[in-house]
Design a protein around this ligand. Structure first.
Ligand code: IFM
Length: 481
């Protein structure tokens, strides 16, 4: 029997996953690469935002990040040591098109091409995400995601990348968490570009959906109709504060419409939810949707990427007291467009260092629910993980028991979903490395590998050892590929 450092039975956990289940880890370009002025890269909205005083904790930026741009060979070796079978990374659009338009910057393509080759050499499947929030600043200067043209620029970019890498990529992810790009970037203003314009945020929702569809077409035009395409959505799992109060149930419906169905329904069914259109009628009449757009939106997905961290509690807000904003997004402008009568009361402990509750049963519920709704669509967990304030012990080891426990319980939740019939094909932990956690800077560590702030030295944490032990136990099963 295989046991991890804490003595738990990783063998029986691994045995709950089918033999062709794939394991890996995820990262994103701006969070790890650094080298923002190298290789012909242009500025992105996150360079501008993080260099604007007061926007990120401690004024942290991704200028150096965890120096992956220079250390990628060692990082790939580390992935192989951990036994990863897949690696999800993102391609920085401003490395490929420094101004978001025009011909490809060959140096940028060379960087990702080298990374893909090194992964394949180690038997690790590359899973690139084309957009993980680093819009070229020049495109924001022309209006950003609220501007329709940005979706067409994205399609050009997707085509350029596919021409160079497409022969080696079995699965592309177009967008990461368009919820964050649209609502945190353009309504709450806590992410780049930091705008607080709810109407623009709704236009951004549509243009991100359009970009996904046009990007998918551009990829398939180069690589063929059966190329694997997905998107990574951060599903919200709202629970009513009082399940018997119809007003709290309506709050759940609104949050589900804005967060989940605003992206899933156009991508899967080529239409926006009727209730969403009513909910935000005071903000927009959806005149940014053109006649042919709905046909364009449905482009068959081969995989749905699921990012899950926590659930939330919602209830009707009557305006009598200050609004509860325990949704992790501060108390400024709200990301919840048209949901003025919704509030997020505090959730029950335990919480991670992000203040997010730990709710593995929500993960199972989400996976099973999505598989029932779209039975022909395979699911891939594209992100799941936790931030904790780690300590390095005198012997150099990081005994991150809370993260290990989170991981163990969430892997169990995926196994429960499989038992209940969900078609989940793989799991990618967030994140391989400690990294730049956006507006929180480097203060929130999500890695299963610690990165020393001063030396950039990588140390596999106990959670990483646990994960590697699960993967090894899974690999040792007869019939595992
Ligand atoms: O770090 C982020 C990632 O970039 C997108 N999904 C959530 C993670 C943790 O906040």
């Amino acid at each position: 029997m295989t046991t991890d450092a804490a003595g738990s039975d990783v063998g029986s956990l691994a045995a709950r996953f089918p033999t062709d289940f794939r394991w890996g880890a995820a990262t994103a370009a701006y969070q790890i690469e650094g080298a923002v002025h190298e290789g012909g890269r242009g500025p992105s909205i996150w360079d501008t935002f993080s260099h604007t005083p007061g926007r990120t904790a401690g004024g942290d930026t991704g200028d150096v990040a965890v120096d992956h741009f220079h250390r990628w060979r060692d990082d790939v070796a580390l992935m192989a040591d951990l036994g990863l079978q897949s690696y999800r990374f993102s391609i920085a659009w401003p490395r490929i098109q420094p101004t978001g338009r025009g011909p490809a910057n060959e140096e940028g393509l060379d960087f990702y091409s080298g990374l893909v080759d090194a992964l394949l050499d180690k038997g690790i499947r590359p899973v690139p995400t084309l957009y993980h929030w680093d819009l070229p600043q020049a495109l924001e200067d022309s209006g950003g995601w609220p501007e329709r043209d940005t979706a067409f620029r994205f399609a050009d970019y997707a085509g350029l990348v596919t021409e160079r890498l497409g022969d080696r990529i079995p699965l592309w992810l177009t967008l990461n968490e368009p919820w964050c790009s649209a609502y945190l970037g353009y309504a709450a203003g806590v992410h780049a570009p930091g705008r607080t314009e709810p109407t623009a945020a709704m236009a951004a929702v549509h243009h991100l959906n359009l970009a996904h569809a046009l990007g998918a077409k551009a990829i398939r035009a180069v690589s063929g109709a059966d190329t694997g395409i997905g998107a990574a959505l951060n599903f919200h799992l709202p629970r009513p504060a009082d399940p018997t109060d119809p007003r709290d149930l309506d709050a759940v419906r609104r949050v589900d419409a804005l967060a989940n169905r605003a992206f899933l329904q156009p991508m899967m069914e080529g239409r926006y939810p009727d209730d969403l259109i009513c909910d935000v009628a005071g903000v927009t009449n959806f005149d940014f949707v053109r006649d042919d757009d709905l046909d364009t939106l449905t482009t068959p997905l081969t995989t749905l990427g699921i990012n899950y961290y926590s659930s939330c509690v919602v209830r009707h807000y009557d305006g009598a007291t200050p609004r509860a904003t325990a949704d992790g997004h501060g108390d400024g402008a709200s990301p919840w467009v048209g949901a003025d009568h919704v509030e997020f009361p505090p959730t029950a402990p335990p919480h991670t260092a992000m203040g997010w509750n730990i709710d593995p049963s929500g993960f199972t519920e989400l996976l099973v629910g999505l598989s029932r709704r779209y039975p022909d669509l395979p699911l891939l967990v594209t992100e799941n993980g936790s931030a904790f304030h780690d300590r390095v012990d005198a012997d150099g080891r990081v005994r991150d028991t809370e993260r290990t426990d989170y991981l163990r319980r969430h892997l169990g939740a995926v196994a429960d979903a499989l038992d209940a019939g969900a078609d989940v094909r793989g799991y990618l932990v967030w994140s391989l490395l400690d990294n730049f956690e956006w507006a929180y800077g480097y203060d929130r560590r999500f890695g299963i590998v610690r990165v020393d702030d001063d030396t950039q030295e990588r140390t596999v944490k106990d959670s990483g050892r646990f994960y590697a032990a699960v993967l090894a136990a899974h690999r040792s099963r007869p019939g595992t590929r």
